[in-house]
Design a protein around this ligand. Structure first.
Ligand code: FEO
Length: 398
């Protein structure tokens, strides 16, 4: 795959990780890319971002299609997470004349990660002129880490915004309109729900700063996945604004795991009852569902019901793992409750309830706990419990 022109002065030279299937626990069935961009002025050349260490040879090979890496004058580190920054020292070795810049927080992080490596800080008052082509910088704290920064090439109106507007999507095509808008937007949502969901306020603030700086991008070039251009720029920005508003719907995710089928029967009965109550319901067995896909549905769900049977006096490990995953991403403003079965010793539903409280969900009611296989009368009781939960979800939305 060759280097790809993005605009008159900007060229994509990143790496494609076709085989990535796990990004710190986030399932990535379509792989990812680590995007990097060359920006060429009349006098100087800049490289915006580097890549994971293992992909440095691919990056350097792609740069070499355009120019000698040794001729690069400037390396901009928009973000120090290792998927973009672990290869920095190797890239610097191939670009011995390059000055390296990052945000103030990025400078400190680079020194910590790279054993005392000293680089320069840039901020919103700095403009680096490459010779008729300029680079501006804007701190973007918590989009995705404290060090994150956006870089803007004003002459080409290209915003290089690292994790923002990214997707874990490996492809031969470099633009969203080339891979298909629906696929690109689907993957944008998966990425947002699993990486950026708690950061909607910070994203909105940064986008306000982008506008206040007079930046009006006609191309959004993220560090993962495909690039947004033309009419898709506004589409991506407005979609982010919609998700970032945090608006929740009368929607419930039922996530459960089962040992011998009793919790499964309860889950289906509860889901059917919620549907009959007019709610949008999504049912997932955690044994066969990726957390990443489940997070997409939770993004705008007001309710979460967690089902677990009891094993060794507590919840199943899959349920515990999911609660750890979801706890970092979505609890605020959402109602939750627990249900489940046991054979000879209960404990799971209390443990799930305690954990839901601990990670920030509003526990709407006591758990529904079932001994052995549910009888018809017990399923009717579980339905009543589900109706009570449905009422609370609907009331919270009024
Ligand atoms: Fe793609 Fe936060 O790193």
């Amino acid at each position: 795959m060759r280097a790809v022109p993005v605009s008159e002065h900007v060229t994509w030279v990143g790496a494609v990780d076709w085989n990535l299937r796990d990004f710190h626990g986030f399932d990535t069935p379509r792989g990812s890319t680590y995007n990097a961009y060359l920006v060429r002025g009349a006098e100087k050349v800049a490289l915006i971002d580097t890549v994971k260490t293992a992909f440095v040879p691919e990056l350097l090979s792609r740069i070499s299609e355009v120019l000698d890496p040794a001729s690069i004058d400037l390396i901009v580190v928009n973000h120090i997470e290792p998927d973009h920054n672990s290869g920095l020292r190797d890239v610097m070795a191939a670009c011995p004349n390059a000055r390296v810049v990052a945000s103030g927080s990025g400078v400190r992080g680079i020194a910590e990660y790279h054993d005392g490596l000293v680089v320069d800080a840039v901020g919103p008052t700095d403009v680096i002129d490459l010779g008729g082509v300029t680079l501006g910088f804007l701190p973007a704290p918590m989009v995705h880490w404290p060090d994150s920064m956006f870089t803007y090439c004003a002459e080409d109106a290209v915003l290089m915004c690292n994790d923002a507007f990214g997707q874990h999507l490996a492809s031969a095509e470099r633009f969203a309109d080339e891979v298909g808008v629906d696929l690109a937007l689907d993957e944008l949502k998966v990425y947002y729900a699993n990486i950026l969901l708690p950061l909607g306020t910070q994203i909105a603030k940064v986008m306000e700063k982008v506008a206040a700086a007079g930046w009006a991008p006609t191309t959004i070039a993220p560090s993962h996945g495909v690039i947004w251009r033309g009419g898709l720029v506004d589409r991506a920005i407005s979609t982010y604004a919609e998700w970032g508003s945090g608006e929740l719907r009368d929607k419930v995710v039922v996530a459960y795991s089962t040992m011998w089928g009793s919790t499964d029967v309860l889950a289906r009965t509860i889901a059917d009852t919620l549907i009959a109550q007019g709610l949008d319901v999504h049912l997932y067995d955690l044994a066969v569902t990726s957390y990443a896909q489940l997070m997409v549905e939770l993004q705008d769900a007001r309710g979460l019901l967690i089902g677990s049977p009891t094993l060794h006096h507590g919840m199943l490990f899959r349920v515990a793992g999911f609660l750890q995953y979801v706890g970092a991403l979505v609890p605020a403003g959402r109602l939750a409750a627990a249900f489940g079965s046991y054979g000879w010793s209960s404990g799971a539903t209390k443990q799930v309830t305690d954990r839901l409280t601990e990670i920030g969900f509003e526990v709407a009611q006591d758990p529904y706990t079932q001994k052995f296989r549910p009888t018809e009368a017990e399923l009717a009781a579980a339905s009543e419990w589900a109706v009570a939960f449905a009422d609370k979800v609907k009331a919270a939305g009024v």
